[in-house]
Design a protein around this ligand. Structure first.
Ligand code: 13P
Length: 253
């Protein structure tokens, strides 16, 4: 099953509207390969300016979260319809920083993802174990529990991002063996939740200190279908180097 790789930049709380526009102009001026798909997820405040720059380009635009209600008294939150109104077609949900710092759970992550999908967005569903969980041998159990919360979602509008928490922003990436093991496990669980056919089509991204120097080793793995990139997505050169590495891997290089 050939899955088109996806290289996604999660800018986190970086780049206001001006900086976002400058970055995207520079990115669009690069000669980028046709595959992989490329997605950028700026902060909410930078989405309108980013949407304008990206109109007519092949670079996809996503938000970093989305609320499950349509409207109401939810200070600081954004509804899926507000995103689609801007032309945003993707939303990250359940990032480990949302889980660890803002109290989000498997239940709220699946609620956010369901609302995103109902509005026509693709949900980038994040999960991954902490260092303590890995050291205690609980990695697969944790992943099983997290991915199971996605059971009621629409698999055709779902991307899973495996982001081991200990690898995020630490410079310490999962080894290829660790990544392949986790991704293959997740795909097998997705097959149980949905079907073999659906699971074979779901893209599973790796995230956690993905950078040009390790991109090839990680992106060439059979169950790694791209990356969700934090730090290295903030720089046009390193982001486009990762995009090119994904293209090389897809071409079998
Ligand atoms: P880093 O690439 O900075 O480790 O962040 C990964 C991440 O959290 C992407 O969502």
């Amino acid at each position: 099953m050939a899955r088109t790789p996806l290289i996604a930049g999660n800018w986190k709380m970086n780049k206001g509207p001006e900086e976002s526009v400058a970055f995207l102009e520079a990115l669009l001026s690069q000669e980028l390969p046709e595959a992989p798909d490329v997605l950028v997820c700026p902060p909410y405040i930078s989405l309108p300016a980013s949407a304008m720059i990206l109109t007519g380009s092949s670079v996809l635009l996503g938000a970093q979260s989305v609320h499950w209600e349509e409207s109401g008294a939810f200070t600081g939150e954004i509804a899926a319809s507000m995103l689609t109104e801007l032309g945003v077609e993707w939303a990250i949900v359940g990032h480990s920083e949302r889980r660890a710092l803002f109290g989000e759970s498997d239940a709220s992550t699946s609620q956010r993802a369901a609302a995103a999908q109902a509005a026509g967005l693709v949900a980038v569903y994040c999960l991954g174990e902490t260092l303590e969980q890995r050291e205690q041998g609980q990695t697969m159990q944790v992943l099983e529990q997290q991915v199971s919360a996605a059971r009621d979602l629409n698999p055709t509008r779902l991307v899973v991002a495996y982001e081991p928490v200990w690898a995020i922003g630490t410079g310490l990436n999962a080894t290829p063996d660790q990544a392949q093991e986790a991704h293959a496990f997740l795909r097998q669980r997705l097959a149980t939740l949905f079907s073999d056919e659906a699971a074979a089509k779901i893209r599973i991204l790796y995230g956690g200190s993905l950078k040009p120097s390790n991109a090839h080793d990680l992106l060439r793995l059979s169950d790694v279908d791209g990356g969700l990139i934090g730090g290295a997505s903030l720089d046009v050169q390193s982001f486009s180097d990762i995009i090119r590495a994904a293209a090389d891997c897809a071409a079998g290089a």
